[in-house]
Design a binder for this molecule. Structure first.
Ligand code: DGY
Length: 418
């Protein structure tokens, strides 16, 4: 084991709060949904039981309607805003009222296969049921266009919080009733690496809309102030449906398998709507106005991970990757340099996020693009070697940004790039 292997394990163990892992000390002091799924991949290499437990603790907070919340507030911590009192979801344990990209089923499948793919595996079977309920929640509440894509009702649900993709939709959000509040994030990390205040007000206004309608997910989906078809969540859900189908078939759950096959077919066709021919990439679209973001982000390349696209479209995506590579030192930036409001240090407007790079690299390898996949892996390793286990990294300088000793970055080192 190398020194970095030791450090990565140590980060996961130090961020362990007993059955779940905080993304980083201070900035994110609770359990986050997709963070935990990636963290399980990190634990899987040295503590199988702890890997499964991370996922089980997450789904213990699943809502009766099937939603797996984006934050679970297992313990009290004044250092984070918006805390459980602001969300006021009435759940036990307290949670936020929104979800996050559903990578869970994909991770469950991987852990289960690594252990021999026994259809009777009890921990897989319990998590299978949780994933099925969560995917049905997406299909029921988050497919307003009926085309198999995933709508998000808060930019925090995408995990790519301040991506420029959301700017136009956010500009329409009324912030007049937000009132005063105190941000905590900028007390932990440099404000230049975080969303701007005007954006944050909009995030809070969207939260308040959900809270004011009692977290009625139907109403939020129909009438909410933010309704985006997110290319990232849509691609991740499609991949997760494919992985869940493998589990359904193994278990012999024929009705669920048929349902999942139908969803997969619908989504494969639906993705056409996200393809922007002019840009040559899959881009998020506004569900209300139909406008394409026309932006190439790291999520655009999740098409490979989702198994979507014709050879001609793949060629255009690879051309976009080559163009991005020519304009920066490290892959894969969250936003193409030169795009509106690109900023190599500001969160999802440029910095590299290794979990997205990992998913993209996996998809590229599965589509015969081994050299590109390896390039992403190597760049990711170099970033950690030079800067440490940061939340994100500048694609221009390689410097770390956001929180340090970050759980999912450590997990990516252990499970993928190290
Ligand atoms: C935050 O607080 O910035 C989180 O990303 C929300 O999930």
């Amino acid at each position: 084991m190398t020194d970095l292997d030791h450090r990565a394990r140590d980060i996961l163990c130090r961020n362990d709060r007993g059955g779940y892992t905080v993304p980083t000390h201070g900035l994110y002091p609770f359990q986050w949904n997709w963070d935990s799924a990636f963290v399980a991949l990190g634990f899987a290499g040295f503590d199988r039981d702890r890997a499964w437990q991370e996922l089980e603790t997450l789904v213990s907070a699943q809502w009766a309607d099937g939603m797996i919340p984006h934050i679970v507030f297992h313990q009290h911590d004044e250092g984070y805003f918006p805390g459980p009192g602001v969300w006021a979801t009435g759940q036990t344990p307290p949670t936020s009222g929104i979800t996050q990209p559903p990578v869970l089923a994909t991770v469950v499948r991987r852990l289960w296969e690594e252990e021999g793919a026994d259809p009777a595996h009890p921990r897989m079977r319990a998590l299978y049921r949780a994933c099925l309920a969560s995917h049905r929640w997406f299909h029921t509440y988050r497919d307003p266009l009926g085309n198999g894509l995933a709508m998000v009702t808060h930019n925090w649900e995408t995990g790519r919080d301040n991506s420029s993709e959301w700017d136009e939709a956010l500009a329409r959000v009324d912030t007049s009733g937000v009132g005063s509040y105190q941000r905590r994030d900028t007390g932990h990390v440099d404000a230049a690496m975080r969303p701007k205040q005007s954006e944050y007000d909009r995030y809070v206004a969207i939260l308040q809309f959900g809270r004011d309608c009692g977290w009625d997910h139907r109403r939020i989906a129909d009438e909410g102030p933010f309704r985006m078809i997110d290319v990232g969540t849509s691609m991740i859900l499609l991949r997760a449906n494919r992985d869940l189908l493998i589990l359904a078939e193994a278990i012999g759950d024929a009705p669920a398998a048929a349902e999942l096959r139908a969803r997969i077919a619908l989504s494969e066709q639906g993705m056409d709507w996200l393809w922007n021919e002019e840009v040559g990439a899959y881009c998020s679209r506004d569900a209300t106005t139909g406008a394409s973001s026309a932006l190439v982000t790291n999520a655009s390349f999740l098409a490979f991970y989702a198994g979507v696209g014709t050879p001609a479209r793949h060629a255009r995506l690879i051309a976009a990757l080559a163009r991005i590579e020519a304009g920066t030192r490290f892959l894969l930036p969250s936003l193409e340099a030169g795009s509106r409001d690109y900023d190599h240090r500001r969160y999802w407007r440029g910095p590299i996020w290794l979990v997205v790079s990992y998913m993209v690299a996996l998809g590229l390898a599965e589509h015969g693009e081994a050299a590109w996949s390896e390039r992403l892996r190597r760049d990711s390793a170099r970033l950690i070697e030079a800067a440490g286990f940061y939340e994100s990294f500048s694609p221009e300088t390689g410097e770390g940004s956001g929180g340090g000793d970050f759980s999912w970055t450590a997990a990516m080192w252990l499970a993928w790039c190290g």
